[in-house]
Ligand binder design. Structure first.
Ligand code: GDD
Length: 380
């Protein structure tokens, strides 16, 4: 039986898009044919308990390394090689190409017949740094296929690879579970719970880091409130930027119009998307292109829920929106651009509904996990 060893630093319960991507793909490969080798989420009893509970619930084995970050060291390479042999795996999938894809040649020598390395936003950032470009080049040479999310990441990463490796690249974006994220996902209950039943709600679901643009939404709020009084910005997610965002809301005089939920369990996400009239995340590129959006699964989750989307123009985020059809792409970081589009949608529920319906149909056509998992299965 053909088995795949998935080697990754990005696996739940650690939250995030790469983690969601890998987990959903792993679930759609035959569970008897998957073994995951992953780093430990975080140290301490709480992290260990959450990790153990998560791993026990998976239909495939998850082998955890004691390190919180796997690097392609001799020790990690030996462990990956041993797992490959022990489980009789014939293919390897590096969930994020950089840097673990550097182990490709060693795993091939140990018997792997197919080696696939998937790239995300961060490899597009790497492709700009001279030293890291060299590593990406080596990863391309040591793997059969380097996958990419969309045209933006492909164009950046291909430039670091040899012509032959670039020609072998295959598009493999993440998808959406259209049965989990759907219109009528329980948003009314969330609105009632938060006391927002009759108020216009702009929802943003994401880790709280500067790139995502929750700060831009807070800066846009006074403009939005002037046009659509009573609007509330519902910020879902947790992260290091929360204190700065709360301070910005206070200094902008909009504390009463912003609700922070903190990080939520996966099961609560669909209803929180459903609590919005509009989904907005005006992400922006930072640090000279090193901190850039690869795609943005959240835009697709919002479309699947039937919401119109306002996205930023960072990296590959525009690939997740049909501009003018499922929503709009705005200049990341521009509060006035975001406010203008959000106000248009809040004032015109028929337009918002039409864009949401188009987004839902687009997800059903193009972004279902099942379609994308078939592609990965073919590569492996
Ligand atoms: N459980 C939980 N709780 N999930 C959350 C929370 C939360 O509070 N907040 C966000 N999420 C989930 C979202 O629903 C989504 O499934 C995922 O975390 C975030 O994925 P992305 O929107 O894709 O962003 P990312 O920055 O974490 O992911 C990176 O890699 C992705 C895959 O390649 C970026 O480069 C993305 O642009 C890229 O799509």
């Amino acid at each position: 039986m053909h088995k795949t060893l998935i080697v990754t630093n990005d696996f739940p319960p650690r939250p995030g898009g790469i983690q969601a991507f890998l987990h959903n793909m792993a679930l759609r490969l035959d569970p008897d044919r998957v073994v995951v080798y992953a780093s430990t989420w975080k140290r301490g009893a709480e992290g260990a308990a959450a990790t153990a509970a998560f791993d026990a619930a998976q239909p495939f084995p998850v082998v955890r390394d004691g390190a919180t970050m796997l690097l392609p060291t001799p020790r990690v390479t030996r462990r990956a090689t041993a797992l490959l042999r022990e489980h009789g795996c014939e293919s390897v999938w590096f969930g994020a190409a950089a840097p673990l894809g550097l182990m490709g040649p060693a795993l091939r020598r140990a018997g792997a017949r197919r080696v696939v390395a998937t790239t995300h936003g961060h490899e597009a950032g790497w492709a700009q740094l001279p030293g890291a470009r060299g590593l990406l080049h080596r990863i391309g040479e040591g793997t059969d296929t380097v996958t990419y999310l969309g045209e933006y990441t492909r164009s950046r990463i291909a430039g670091a690879l040899s012509a032959a490796a670039a020609a072998r690249m295959v598009r493999l974006p993440p998808g959406v579970d259209e049965k989990t994220f759907h219109p009528g996902s329980g948003g009314d209950l969330i609105r009632a719970r938060l006391g927002l039943t009759d108020r216009p709600v702009v929802v943003c679901v994401s880790r709280l880091v500067p790139r995502k643009g929750q700060d831009t939404l807070i800066r846009a709020l006074p403009l939005i409130l002037a046009e659509v009084p009573g609007t509330v910005l519902l910020i879902v997610g947790g992260g290091p930027y929360e204190g700065a965002l709360r301070a910005l809301a206070a200094s902008s005089g909009v504390t009463d119009a912003v609700r922070f939920t903190g990080a939520l369990p996966w099961g609560e996400l669909p209803a929180h998307f459903g609590a919005g009239d509009v989904f907005a995340m005006p992400c922006r590129t930072r640090r000279g292109g090193l901190d850039v959006e690869g795609l943005g699964i959240v835009y697709l989750e919002a479309s699947a829920t039937g919401l119109p989307v306002v996205a930023g123009d960072s990296g590959g985020a525009p690939d997740a929106v049909l501009d003018g059809e499922t929503g709009w792409v705005v200049r990341g970081g521009s509060a006035t651009d975001a406010a203008e589009r959000i106000v248009t949608l809040l004032r015109d529920p028929a337009l918002a509904r039409a864009m949401g319906e188009r987004g839902r149909a687009w997800v059903e056509e193009r972004w279902r996990w099942d379609l994308l998992a078939d592609r990965l299965r073919g590569l492996l």
